[in-house]
Design a protein around this ligand. Structure first.
Ligand code: SF4
Length: 319
C-alpha cells in the first residue's frame, strides 16, 4: 500500500507567555491508502493536535507533510481550499459541531454549496448521504438537536462524507456515546471505509475502541510517538513500558493476552517543560541513568514494530 499521508519531524508548539507548550514534538509517520491508523494516549499527549496538523487545520511549527505525494505545507489558500475536499474531520461532540439552528438538509448541503455542487446533483448527493449513514429520509426536515447522540454522530459523519473525501481524521468520535451505541457507529465507520475506499486516522483514549477499528496503532506520550505496530502485534506484545502500563489498566478476558501489570504512577509531566532524556523516565519502573540523559531513538525492533525505548528487548526478555 502506498502512503496517502507522509509526515516527517512534525512539531507543533504553542506560545504560552514566555514559554512554549510542545504539544507535538517531532512525530514522523505515514498513513497508507485504505488503512485505519489508530492513535492512543492520555489526554494532553498531543494526539488531537497531531490530527489537526495533518489536515493543516493547524500550521506546524516545523516538519514536512505530504498528502498523496503533494507538499501540503507549500499550498496557498486557493489550492488548499480545493484540496480540503479530499480530507475531513469527524469530531467527538456532534452536538457542538452541528449548528442547532440548521436543519439536517442545510447541514449536508452547506459543504456541497461551498464547492459549487448544485441542483439535481446536490439533491441526489444529500439523499445518498442520509441513506449511507443509516438515517431515515425524513431526517432532512428535522433539526440536529431533535436526534439522539448516536444519530447526531451519523449526521456529523454524513457531513464529513459530503465532498467524497479520501482521508478522515476521527477525533474521539464515539467517546461521548453510550457503550451500546459506540459499536454501531464504529461498524458504520468501517462499512463506509469499505464502500468509499476511505483512509482514517482514528484518535481515541479508549484502547478497546482503537483495537476494534485499527489496522495499525501508534501510542503517543508527551508529544512523541513512543510505539507503532500492527494492531494485533501491539495488543499481543506491547514493548514500550508506557504502552504496557496503559494496557495493564484495562481488564483482559483472554489469558493469552494477560500482560504483566505495570501500574501507571504519577501525573503526566508538563509539556511546557518535558523531562530530559526519555520523557517517560519520571514514571517508568525500568528507568536507569541512561534514560535520564539520552533520548531514545524511535527504532524498528521487528518487522513493522517501532519503539522508542533504550531497553525494550531487555525488558521483554525479563518478562
Ligand atoms: Fe523506561 Fe528508559 Fe525505556 Fe524510557 S528508555 S521507557 S525510561 S526503560
Amino acid at each position: 500500500m502506498s502512503a496517502l499521508i507522509q509526515a516527517d519531524g512534525i512539531k507543533k508548539y504553542f506560545q504560552m507567555g514566555a514559554s512554549e507548550l510542545k504539544a507535538v514534538d517531532g512525530v514522523s509517520l505515514s498513513i497508507r491508502k485504505g488503512e485505519t491508523l489508530g492513535i492512543v494516549g492520555e489526554s494532553g499527549c498531543g494526539k488531537s493536535t497531531l490530527g489537526r496538523v495533518l489536515l493543516r487545520l493547524l500550521e506546524p511549527t516545523s516538519g514536512t507533510l505530504t498528502f498523496d505525494g503533494m507538499n501540503l505545507l507549500d499550498m496557498r489558500e486557493a489550492e488548499l481550499r480545493q484540496m480540503r475536499k479530499r480530507f475531513q474531520m469527524v469530531f467527538q461532540d456532534p452536538q457542538s459541531s452541528l449548528n442547532p439552528r440548521m436543519k439536517v438538509r442545510s447541514i449536508l448541503e452547506e459543504p456541497l454549496r461551498t464547492h459549487g455542487v448544485r441542483g439535481e446533483e446536490r439533491e441526489s448527493r444529500v439523499r445518498e448521504l442520509v441513506d449511507a449513514v443509516g438515517l431515515p429520509s425524513d431526517a432532512l426536515k428535522r433539526y440536529a438537536h431533535e436526534f439522539s447522540g448516536g444519530q447526531r454522530q451519523r449526521i456529523g459523519i454524513a457531513r464529513a462524507l459530503a465532498l467524497q473525501p479520501d482521508f478522515i481524521v476521527a477525533d474521539e468520535p464515539v467517546a461521548a456515546l453510550d457503550v451500546s451505541i459506540q459499536a454501531q457507529v464504529l461498524n458504520l465507520l468501517m462499512d463506509l471505509k469499505k464502500a468509499y475506499g476511505l483512509t482514517y486516522l482514528f484518535i481515541a483514549h479508549d484502547l478497546s475502541v482503537v483495537e476494534y477499528i485499527s489496522d495499525r496503532v501508534g501510542v503517543m506520550y508527551l508529544g512523541k510517538l513512543v510505539e507503532l505496530a500492527d494492531a494485533p502485534d501491539l495488543y499481543r506484545e506491547p514493548l514500550h513500558p508506557y504502552t504496557q502500563s496503559l494496557f495493564s489498566s484495562i481488564p483482559v478476558p483472554d489469558p493469552e493476552r494477560e500482560h504483566e501489570r505495570i501500574p501507571l504512577s504519577g501525573d503526566l509531566p508538563n509539556p511546557v517543560n518535558p523531562p530530559r532524556g526519555c520523557r517517560f523516565h519520571t514514571r517508568c519502573p525500568f528507568a536507569r541513568e541512561r534514560c535520564r540523559a539520552e533520548e531514545p531513538a524511535f527504532r524498528k525492533v521487528q518487522s513493522g514494530h517501532f519503539v522508542a525505548c533504550h531497553f525494550a528487548e531487555e525488558i521483554r526478555a525479563e518478562q
